[in-house]
Design a protein around this ligand. Structure first.
Ligand SMILES: [Zn+2]
Length: 255
């Protein structure tokens, strides 16, 4: 049951219905999927194929789920934006304003209580973070605003196939997670500290909109290279990744 919706809000459209409506407006084939992404409202791939000497354009769209209740005027604007991008000034502005309002209307997600656990069995993330900030290469982290929530992640529920994500940063909730596989005496302090540093740099770069959204862009790489442990962390990771993966898999083998 849904409550709190506007009374005159349009009925929800399925992805297929929206695709047809957009297709009619832009006069080409449009595919729509709704996504649960909280980061991207629109992802659009424009494909151009030549068929029998005629160029055929198709749009492949991933839209935030709230597009299912977009008013007709916004569907019009979306169609104009597909055809003309930012040059569709009025449509672009209205569309972005509507998206901003939809994001703002969503209930903010909160960070679960388990995510705030910093004291591991062998490594204390809070202490490592304090060391980072006062040591060479780590001073850039003084500019973090806000300082992200840092904590140990949870063990995965499925065995990893190949690699592991040793750390992650989520911008929406300003949340840095470190993989629990690193919480062992076999992993040196300085390596855990470096993984933490790497994820905090993601926070810093995202907060300042540096590197234009690139994942490991030039500013990120320059800040990372300023840390004295960069080279040995790289080498340690290369040498030990398979052992870490085995350690995670072993948890599943025991069941
Ligand atoms: Zn990274």
């Amino acid at each position: 049951m849904r409550t709190g919706d506007d009374e005159d809000a349009p009925a929800a459209r399925s992805a297929g219905e929206l695709a047809l409506e957009l297709g009619r407006r832009v006069e080409c084939v449009v595919a729509v999927r709704y996504s649960r992404s909280r980061e991207h409202a629109i992802r659009c791939e424009r494909l151009r194929q030549i068929e029998g000497g005629v160029a055929r354009v198709t749009f492949d769209l991933r839209l935030a789920a709230f597009f299912s209740s977009a008013p007709d005027a916004i569907v019009d604007d979306l169609a104009r934006w597909l055809l003309h991008g930012r040059r569709s000034r009025g449509a672009h502005t209205r569309l972005m304003a509507w998206i901003d309002a939809r994001w703002a209307a969503q209930a903010p997600r909160t960070i679960p209580a388990w995510a705030r656990r910093t004291a591991g069995e062998h490594h204390d993330l809070e202490q490592l973070f304090a060391e980072l900030r006062s040591a060479r290469g780590g001073q850039a982290l003084a500019r973090l605003d806000p300082v992200p929530t840092i904590g140990w992640g949870r063990w995965p529920t499925r065995a990893p196939k190949r690699g592991l994500q040793l750390g992650s940063y989520e911008h929406e909730r300003a949340w840095v997670r470190i993989h629990p596989v690193l919480d062992t005496q076999d992993v040196p302090d300085w390596f855990v500290r470096f993984v933490l540093f790497h994820e905090c740099l993601h926070a810093l770069v995202a907060q300042n909109r540096w590197d234009g959204g690139a994942h490991h862009g030039p500013i990120f790489r320059r800040l990372e290279a300023a840390h004295p442990d960069t080279a040995r962390a790289d080498a340690w990771q290369t040498e030990n990744t398979s052992a870490l993966v085995r350690r995670v898999r072993a948890r599943f083998a025991r069941r």
